[in-house]
Design a protein around this ligand. Sequence first.
Ligand code: URA
Length: 263
Amino acid sequence: MLERLQKIISAAGVTSRRASETLITNGQVAVNGVVVTELGSKADPTKDTITVDGKTLKIGTQRLYILLNKPPGYITALKDSQDRPLVTHLLKDVPDRVYPVGRLDYNTEGLLLLTNDGEWANRLMHPRHEIEKEYHVRVRGKVIDQQLKRMADGVELEDGKTAPAVVSLVKSGEQNDWISVAIHEGRNRQVRRMCEAVSLSVVRLKRIRYGALALGTLRAGQFRYLTDAEVRDLAGEPEKVPTVGYQKQETRQRPGGKSSGRR
Ligand code: URA
């Protein structure tokens, strides 16, 4: 069946669909030995030989979907100019190259998805899906309600105001408090910057949930393959029903509004 070249390339796990388009327009893609630069060109992945930078695409490779508990001190990338440890170094015996779905900062830990299915990764990262990501943040000292409420309502960052979030106090300790922050945007260092904006100093940041998928009991540095149902449900989740607000004790509040009384 004929399909658009950029779709075939991203589905083969080479890179995202947008980046595949650039590969095409740059003249790095050939079909049956003929360089194709026109976007919208089609090929049959079952019959044609498609090459990117001279390398033949592996069509029909087994699709891999991985959930890794990323430890701090690992780079979410396939290479690093400073030679720091890469998250992919933790993936022993994975039979194909996989790449991360989004990224976690060098010192952020927790749930990271990796796959060789570019289409699936694109779907997850598309803003339309608004998949909610939940983080636990250990902050220095004591948190006050006003700080949580401001984060829930949205704080002004240099790239614009953040969308409403679900924020709550998880645990209070002698030296540090733990808060939960659930957001559906994916801006660079967003949670750290939201905390900074309300004068909270982040000691530790851990992603504990991605949509309905929880980190669970995986130890740091360990990974597991997703089940078929998890793969299907995650990408096919209905668009997010907003669950915004600062969550205090048993109730959730909508920013500036009345408690919804929902849990
Ligand atoms: N927000 C951050 O600040 N860092 C991450 O790694 C993820 C979300």
